[in-house]
Design a binder for this molecule. Structure first.
Ligand code: ZN
Ligand code: MN
Length: 135
C-alpha cells in the first residue's frame, strides 16, 4: 500500500500513515469518523479532513473498497479492495466478510446466462449479528 502511494508522489506524513495502518489492520470495516476517533488521542494534530483526504486518495488508487450507505456512514475495507459480499447488522452496524466458496462459479453462470460481462458488483446481506440476536 505504502510503496504504491509513494510511487504516486503521495507524501506519507505520520498522520496519513496512521490512517493507512488502521485501514490495513482492521477487519471491521471502519467509517471515517471511527478512524478519526481511534487516532485522535495518539495524534493530537489529526483532523477529520486528514482522514477524509487519505481515504479519498486510497480509494482513487484502488487500495481500499468503499461501501456507501444512505442510512449510515460509508465504511471502508482495507484488506480486500475488490468487490465481495458483506453481512451487515441492521442493529449495531457491524460488517463482516462471509466465507464464500462458490462465488466465482455463480458469477460465471450469471455471465453465461445473461451474456453480460461483470466489471463490478455490490452484494450486501442485511440482518442481525450473533451479538444482537442474543439480546
Ligand atoms: Zn449487531
Ligand atoms: Mn469486506
Amino acid at each position: 500500500m505504502i510503496a504504491k502511494l509513494k510511487n504516486n508522489e503521495f507524501r506519507i506524513t505520520p498522520q496519513r500513515y496512521a490512517v493507512l495502518k488502521v485501514l490495513a489492520q482492521s477487519e471491521n470495516h471502519p467509517s471515517a469518523e471511527r478512524i478519526y476517533e481511534q487516532l485522535v488521542a495518539d495524534y493530537p494534530t489529526m483532523s477529520p479532513a486528514t482522514v477524509y483526504k487519505t481515504i479519498n486518495l486510497l480509494k482513487k488508487n484502488g487500495e481500499i473498497l468503499e461501501l456507501e450507505f444512505s442510512e449510515m456512514s460509508n465504511r471502508y475495507d482495507g484488506n480486500k479492495p475488490y468487490p465481495h459480499p458483506h453481512m451487515i447488522c441492521t442493529k449495531c452496524g457491524v460488517i463482516v466478510d462471509p466465507p464464500v466458496d462458490d462465488f466465482e462459479k455463480l458469477k460465471s453462470k450469471m455471465m453465461e446466462e445473461t451474456g453480460f460481462t461483470i466489471s463490478s458488483f455490490r452484494l450486501d446481506f442485511f440482518g442481525l449479528c450473533p451479538d444482537c440476536r442474543g439480546k
